[in-house]
Design a protein around this ligand. Structure first.
Ligand SMILES: Cc1cc2nc3c(=O)[nH]c(=O)nc-3n(C[C@H](O)[C@H](O)[C@H](O)COP(=O)(O)OP(=O)(O)OC[C@H]3O[C@@H](n4cnc5c(N)ncnc54)[C@H](O)[C@@H]3O)c2cc1C
Length: 442
């Protein structure tokens, strides 16, 4: 058991800002992250070639990481938090050369900065090789996946689409079109609201300029991914505007429907929620007095919001007033709310999957087999939807959008952990690796 004053879960921009602020103000801080390196989604490490050198130029990231390093906060990468108790303990699983290790951390104050993940929506053909999540493809490219010369369609909804498309174009992909489901009216209102956020407006204009050869199809969505003559790899997508349907040839499809907050740990701890987000006060304190939350789990609002909320949470843990910073949170939260409205999912997307379209990829559960049940628990018990390795992280939001059922309870372990890991340091327990009976030891 490792004990610390402040434990931060998540080393994205919110967690980095939180840990830095708390450590600079005298707290002993440990930061845990599933990823090996700090940075989260937007500052994910680029490991190879041109991508690596391009990202090394991201001054803000390097300044934030350098300040974190100097603050004295200890960052432990490769730690996946799978259980948490409000009494002050979290458990992590950690892959080592000798197997999975379970570690326990005891905290006085906890900051949840667990970010968000992409929302996927199913359509016929979405399990074909060549179909990726938009952010997922971006992450692979940062890790060295070659897209040079490949024809890519980027589809779904949200500002991430343009960011991903620009990134892929920079890596020499041929981004033929960006397919955005939001209507022209929704986007026009969102663009108008950006005058209050000139830096974001400038970023959007820059992305669009980088994609000047790319068609930006508004109010359109993908209805099918089509395999090539070998029957396996993606060769084209079918796109509709609700009236016409046409085919666009491509080698890769990057598809994502905005973001879903990672709130499982907060739910496990028993924090109160505001809709789908964790409820926090002005100091980012949750309904539990020693648990704070910052960044995307409190509302999807982008990098600025994540950083300022993280700083507030870290300062609050150190007992320092955050009144001056709170005004910035309000402005960023308003931006998040306008983004939610602009990229709200259209109802037509509910009729895209066919009865044989897979919804739960872990357990191969089709859309058709979900009918006739009364809710999430019923469908989970009867079909195994949401029972696989992702524990409903992918199919949960899908089922919620398609059928209106949301998960009713959350249990640990949040992620699958091998049974062997719990016995790592306990020689009295032996795991049967054959069918022979387990021999009990005293
Ligand atoms: C796939 C993806 C790609 C994105 N790309 C861009 C982009 O190109 N440009 C842009 O402007 N915005 C992008 N965003 C949005 C961006 O992430 C946010 O705007 C903002 O930076 C979020 O910061 P954060 O610290 O709240 O979360 P994140 O950056 O998501 O950081 C959260 C961290 O928590 C860790 N974590 C979560 N759960 C656990 C757990 N149980 N155990 C251990 N660690 C855990 C994660 O590994 C992650 O490192 C992307 C988002 C996603 C989901």
């Amino acid at each position: 058991m490792t004990t610390t004053e402040v434990l931060v879960i998540g080393a994205g921009p919110a967690g980095i800002a939180a840990a830095t602020a708390a450590a600079e103000n005298g707290c002993a801080v440990i930061v845990l992250d599933d990823n090996v390196a700090a940075g989260g989604q937007i500052w994910r490490e680029a490991t190879v070639g041109e991508a690596a050198s391009a990202h090394r130029g991201h001054g803000r990231k390097w300044r934030a990481l350098e300040r974190l390093r100097r603050s004295g906060a200890q960052v432990l990468g490769g730690r996946c938090v799978f259980s948490a108790e409000a009494s002050g303990t979290v458990q992590t699983s950690h892959e080592t050369s000798s197997g999975t290790l379970v570690e326990q951390f005891h905290f006085e104050q906890l900051i949840l900065a667990t970010g968000a993940r992409e929302r996927f929506l199913p359509f016929p053909g979405w399990t074909l090789p060549g179909v990726f999540g938009a952010g997922g493809l971006q992450a692979l490219v940062k890790g060295g996946f070659p897209v040079g010369g490949k024809r890519v369609v980027v589809a779904g909804t949200g500002p991430l689409l343009l960011a991903v498309a620009a990134h892929l174009a920079q890596d020499s992909a041929v981004v033929s079109s960006v397919v955005e489901q939001a209507s022209l009216g929704q986007l026009a209102r969102f663009a108008a609201s950006l005058w209050e956020h000139p830096a974001k407006l400038a970023q959007g204009v820059l992305y669009r300029a980088m994609l000047w050869k790319t068609s930006y199809r508004i109010g359109c969505w993908v209805v099918e991914a089509i395999a090539g003559s070998n029957g396996h790899n993606l060769s084209a997508v079918r796109v509709t505007d609700g009236t016409r349907v046409w085919t666009e040839p491509c080698d890769l499809l990057a598809s994502g429907y905005h973001l879903v907050p990672n709130t499982e740990i907060a739910a496990l701890l028993g924090c109160k929620f505001r809709g789908t987000f964790v409820q926090v006060d002005k100091a980012q304190r949750t309904s539990l007095p020693n648990v704070f939350c910052a960044g995307e789990p409190t509302g999807i609002a982008g990098l600025e919001a994540a950083m300022v909320q993280g700083e507030i949470a870290g300062l609050a843990c150190a007992g320092i007033s955050t009144t001056l910073l709170q005004k910035r949170v309000a402005a960023e939260r308003a931006f998040g709310e306008s983004m939610e409205k602009a990229f709200a999912l259209r109802k037509e997307l509910r009729s895209v999957p066919r009865p044989d379209t897979i919804v739960c990829r872990c357990e191969d559960v089709t859309f058709g087999s979900l009918h006739g049940y009364t809710g999430w628990t019923d469908v989970k018990l009867q079909t195994r939807c949401g029972m696989g390795p992702c524990q409903g992280r992918i199919c949960g939001p899908v089922v919620e959008f398609l059928l209106g059922w949301s998960p009713v309870s959350i249990r640990q372990p949040l992620f699958p952990v091998p049974l062997q890991a719990f016995c790592f340091q306990d020689e009295s327990v032996e795991i049967a690796t054959t069918n022979e009976p387990i021999e009990e030891k005293a």
